[in-house]
Design a protein around this ligand. Structure first.
Ligand code: ADP
Ligand code: TRP
Length: 331
């Protein structure tokens, strides 16, 4: 994907270090980073400062950051093609975040889904949660991202980034920001968890992306089923086992399995065993790669440091333009 000048378009996305990643994160967002790494000039980061809204424990934070770095490399992101970094190596995002704070109204931020959800649940809302969309806008706009691959639940945040870019340029009569596009795979808008709700760390219904064989079995066995017998026809569209299994199949195999559900003869025990086998085959090799990477953390740190340097240089260049536009750069 190139622009008019023939340069590759810029892709940027991030994942928070808030716990083990699951197959919903992978199919909804992370897989796309890998598939698009040749086509785009890609910037993929660990959103550690976003995680401070909820992770307020030194060890958890440090281990979480290392985990996401290992996850990125284990799923196949190639540091020669992708700039991998951690958000906290780019202090310029906070400088831009402040400027965005000053051109954004409170009622506008109060419309954010994440804020409204937290409020509806009567949660204690810290200022970081409230301001979360603007820190994310700073991540995206500082790197001049064209596309932002995310799951459906992050679409609104990318819209906030677009709105904020326009608000800035209207306010300062400038034209310095690109309008980023969210990139959401139609086929996997939301991956369901083992209980049928959205797969999410906060619901405890996940299949970890690097699950052990034991964990895979336990998670699949917990998917609820109705009392239909082996020979009865089953609707694949509403079946919780099929909803996950189909993610691991090509179109032909998906259609063939759907037919087996419809025709009858496929019992839930066999269906679950099939899913367990498919998950083991998919997860096993990635898990091995991850273990190997974890045995040389210095190498992983070098990758992050180098990526951080590159992303920071780009951010500083953009920030100089922004400071000039705002009028604080007087000498
Ligand atoms: P979680 O809800 O488990 O805390 P995050 O909010 O950390 O997940 O999401 C990280 C990325 O994974 C985001 O781009 C998000 O849109 C995507 N994602 C999370 N859960 C799902 C899901 N169940 N289906 C599809 N994408 C998802
Ligand atoms: N908010 C994203 C999430 O919860 C993480 C994130 C932070 C992000 N900054 C970003 C994603 C910039 C894409 C682009 O998953």
């Amino acid at each position: 994907m190139t622009n008019l000048k023939g340069a590759k378009k810029i892709l940027l996305s991030g994942v928070k270090p808030t716990g083990r990643v699951h197959i919903g994160n992978y199919f909804g967002a992370m897989k796309q980073f890998v598939e698009m790494q040749d086509e785009f000039d890609s910037y993929v980061f660990i959103a550690d400062y976003h995680a401070v809204t909820t992770v307020q424990d030194k060890a958890k934070m440090s281990l979480g950051i290392i985990d996401v770095a290992l996850d990125y490399l284990a799923i196949g992101l190639d540091p020669k093609k992708v700039t991998l970094f951690k958000q906290s190596d780019i202090p310029q995002v906070h400088e831009l975040n402040w400027i965005f704070n000053c051109i954004t109204t409170m009622p506008y931020l109060m419309r954010a889904h994440a804020y409204k959800d937290a409020e509806a649940k009567n949660k204690e809302i810290n200022v970081g949660i409230f301001d979360y969309p603007l820190l994310m806008a700073a991540d995206i706009l500082l790197q001049d991202a064209d596309v932002v691959p995310v799951g459906q639940d992050q679409k609104q945040h990318v819209e906030y980034a677009r709105d904020t870019a326009q608000k800035f340029d209207n306010t300062f009569n400038s034209k310095i920001f690109k309008l980023p596009e969210p990139l959401i795979l139609k086929s996997v808008e939301t991956v369901p968890g083992t209980d049928g709700r959205k797969m999410s760390k906060s619901y405890g219904n996940v299949i970890p992306l690097f699950a052990t064989d034991e964990e895979i079995k336990k998670a699949v066995m917990s998917i609820p089923t109705d009392s239909k017998g082996v020979e009865e026809s089953k609707d694949p569209e509403t079946n919780g086992i099929f909803a996950i299994h189909k993610l691991l199949l090509n179109e032909a195999d998906k259609a063939a399995l759907a037919l087996r559900y419809k025709n009858g003869g496929l019992g839930y025990k066999e269906a679950k065993e099939g899913l367990i086998g498919a998950l083991k085959a998919f997860i096993g090799p990635m898990r091995d790669r991850r273990a190997l990477l974890a045995s040389d953390l210095d190498h992983v740190f070098d990758i992050l440091k180098e990526g951080g340097q590159k992303a920071r240089n780009r951010a500083e260049k953009k920030m100089q333009e922004i400071r000039q536009t705002v009028g604080v750069e007087i000498y």
